[in-house]
Structures are given as C-alpha cells and as structure tokens.
Design a binder for this molecule. Structure first.
Ligand code: DX5
Ligand code: ZN
Length: 230
C-alpha cells in the first residue's frame, strides 16, 4: 500500500488533478503533462447517473488511463453500491478507493473490504452530510474527502461553508488521533486552495482549474505554492 502520511508530516500538500476535465480526444497528451508535473495523485470520477445526475466513464477508460501513469490513482466512485466493484478497482492498481458515505449501507464492512483488497480507504461526504456521521469510523479511514460542490459536474462554484466543515473535520481527526488525510473536491483553484490549506486540507482535487489552464503543470505548481502568482 502507498504511504499516505510520511513520518513527521503534519499536513500534506498533495494535488490530485481530476481527469473529468481532461480532453478525452487526446488522453496521451494530458497524461504526458500530468506525469511530468508535480501533481501527486490522479483523481478519477466515476458517475452512474443514479447516485449523481450525470454519467462519466467506466472501466474501459479507467484501464486505459491506468496504463498511462505510475502515479497513485484515487478512484472516486459516485455510484450506488460501490462495494460491488472493489476487486475491479483493485485490479486497476488503484491506491485509493473512494466511496460515498451516503452510498454505503454498511460502510464499516466496505472499508474493511477495501483494506483487505490492499487499497487505502477514502470516504466522501456530500455537502449536506455532517462530519459527525464519521465519528464511529474515523479511526479506520485513510482519507476523508469533503465535497466542496454537489457531486456530478465539474467547474461548479466552491461552497464557502466548506471551510468551516474542514475545520470541524480537522478537529475530529485531532481529537480521535485518526491518521486520516483530509481531501477536498470541487471548485478548488489557486484562490480557494490557500484558504483550504489554512483550514487543514492535505489533498486538493482540481479539475477545470488545471485542465482548463494554458499551462496545467504550472497551475499545479501555483496550487502547491511552488510558483508565485505574478
Ligand atoms: C465532481 C467531481 C470533481 C470534479 C471537480 O462531481 O467529483 O472531481 O471533477 O471539478 P472542478 O475542479 O472543476 O470543480
Ligand atoms: Zn471527484
């Protein structure tokens, strides 16, 4: 399993570009800049048209993309009954399997099964789902992802209230001694990333801000704080 929190690091600064915003007409080119950039994980958004009001891509595309990178894959399943696909996600070589709290009737069992399959378990909360719903399971999680928009579409407006939610999650993690990383997804860009960092975020999913940029690798650097904004 990949090491998510290196020894001594209190807060991570990982960027996970979301393929949803990529040019699917030229995935090789998109993956070439991604591989050469400082980006850390590849975020893959799977939508089923049931859990969210949109359909994205499925296993044929995931398998193709997985062959184009050796960076960790973060597979975000916006689908009902994600537990049905644990072995298929494992077979992709995914590092992180990301399921929604709202989509899992037996979340504890699903998290156990993700771990048994050799992957890191991430649980995502929709904007209206309180952090407190994870209180009983936070110690078992590798990542908690907060949706900072309603899931289903890229390029939506960041929900400002999410900053308080990140702080509540950080407090829960500290209080319980959980090792979980805090990830955010939706409306993350060079303006919102610094605010999120201050609130305690470790992993930044970013779609349109990076793939829509003329220089995506530089945008990653800016979000990481490696390049100053002129
Ligand atoms: C939304 C997806 C996101 C999306 C983020 O349902 O889970 O990963 O691609 O896109 P931006 O960064 O454009 O808000
Ligand atoms: Zn996502």
């Amino acid at each position: 399993m990949i090491e998510l929190r290196p020894q001594g690091a209190v807060q991570h600064n990982l960027i996970a570009p979301s393929l949803l915003a990529a040019n699917f007409g030229n995935l090789e080119k998109e993956m070439a800049w991604f591989n050469d950039s400082a980006a850390d994980w590849l975020h893959l958004d799977v939508m089923d048209g049931v859990f969210v009001p949109n359909i994205s891509f499925g296993f044929p595309v995931l398998e193709y993309v997985a062959r184009l990178t050796s960076k960790p894959l973060d597979v975000h399943l916006m689908i009902v009954q994600p537990e049905k696909f644990i072995s298929q996600v494992r077979d992709l070589g995914a590092a992180v399997m990301n399921v929604h709290q709202e989509a899992c009737l037996h979340l504890h069992r699903t998290v156990q099964q993700i771990h048994e399959a050799g992957m890191r378990a991430a649980v995502t909360l929709n904007p209206a789902t309180p952090v407190s719903t994870l209180e009983e399971i936070i110690g078992d999680l590798d990542v908690v992802m907060l949706m900072t928009v309603n899931p289903g579409f890229g390029a939506q407006k960041f929900i400002e209230h999410s900053l308080d939610k990140v702080r509540r999650l950080r407090a829960l993690i500290q209080r319980t001694g959980s090792k979980a990383l805090i990830e955010v997804d939706g409306g993350v860009n060079r303006t919102t990333a610094p605010l999120l960092r201050e609130a305690g975020v470790d992993v930044y999913v970013t779609g349109s801000a990076v793939f829509g940029s003329a220089d995506p690798a530089r945008e990653v650097d800016v979000m990481k704080g490696l390049t100053a904004i002129e």
